[in-house]
Design a protein around this ligand. Structure first.
Ligand SMILES: [Mg+2]
Length: 273
């Protein structure tokens, strides 16, 4: 009897997905191996629910997932008979909400503009064409990216000094922020790590006899709490070929490759010994 279960948590943009093309083709071998081994692959992204659903479908992934930097956890109803507490049932998912109410964030963002006078623009204020230009997403994907519920990604037009001001102001409003590869994310008390811990706890309670080993893969600062929350953390290289230098955590493993290339090697390596 095998009493060990591996669960893989992964970031999408710049990690499983190439930063520019959003392709995961370089990671196909490892993705196939995870399927063969029946290892749950949990997508844990700053993307919105509807954006992640597109990738779940492409990947034929039926696992729970975490949206908007830990803003919410979505567990398919009837998923492996898993029992847990949840906030609501929506669209066939048990939803556990960790992030702030969206209206709180919208109000805070307006206040942020007034208080700092900074030139900032949220993802919902850009046109779809502008988001396409900014991100390289196609039009459909860009409009899905605007469907936020728990976090508000925005762009700062200005230098480091502006960014610092804005960050201080966010904290003084009692909110929080993190950084992905393109956007700063305004959010409440959620982060990827908190959501990962809640979900791992649910797995552990439902499988008390099983030793659960958690793997995490990320590339950017917003992945740090997730990488701290897992048993084995992998950092992939950014598009520039460098690792995010602000990510430091005990036992961090530097995956040898940019985005999905590093992802593929890291995941294949898990099963090679
Ligand atoms: Mg990323």
């Amino acid at each position: 009897m095998n009493n060990e279960k591996i669960i893989v948590f992964t970031d999408l943009d710049g990690t499983l997905l190439d930063h520019s093309t959003y392709s995961y083709s370089e990671a196909e071998d490892a993705l196939r191996l995870l399927k063969e081994k029946r290892v749950p692959l949990i997508l844990c992204s700053s993307k919105s629910r509807v954006e992640i659903e597109v990738y779940r479908e492409r990947l034929s992934n039926n696992e729970p997932f975490i949206s908007e930097n830990g803003g919410a956890i979505f567990i398919p109803e009837l998923y492996k008979g898993l029992k847990c507490e949840f906030d609501k049932i929506d669209n066939g998912y048990l939803v556990i909400e960790i992030g702030s109410e969206y209206k709180t964030l919208i109000d805070a963002f307006e206040q942020l503009k007034r208080n700092t006078g900074a030139n900032i623009k949220s993802i919902t204020e850009f046109t779809v064409d502008e988001i396409v230009e900014l991100t390289g997403l196609n039009k459909e994907e860009a409009s899905l990216a605007q469907k936020r519920k728990y976090t508000l990604p925005f762009i700062v037009n200005g230098g480091e000094e502006h960014v610092k001001n804005i960050k201080n102001e966010i904290l003084s409003l009692g909110l929080n922020y993190t950084e992905g590869a393109r956007f700063v994310h305004l959010m409440g008390g959620n982060d990827k790590g908190k959501a990962v811990k809640v979900l791992v706890d649910i797995f552990k309670k439902n499988y008390p006899e099983t030793r659960i080993i958690t793997i995490g893969l990320g590339d950017s600062l917003n992945d740090l709490p997730m990488l701290e929350a897992v048993d084995r953390a992998f950092l992939v290289k950014k598009e520039s070929g460098n690792y995010e230098e602000r990510i430091k955590t005990e036992g961090l493993i530097y995956a040898d490759g940019i985005g999905p290339v590093g992802w593929n090697k890291a995941v294949l390596g898990l099963f090679s010994r």
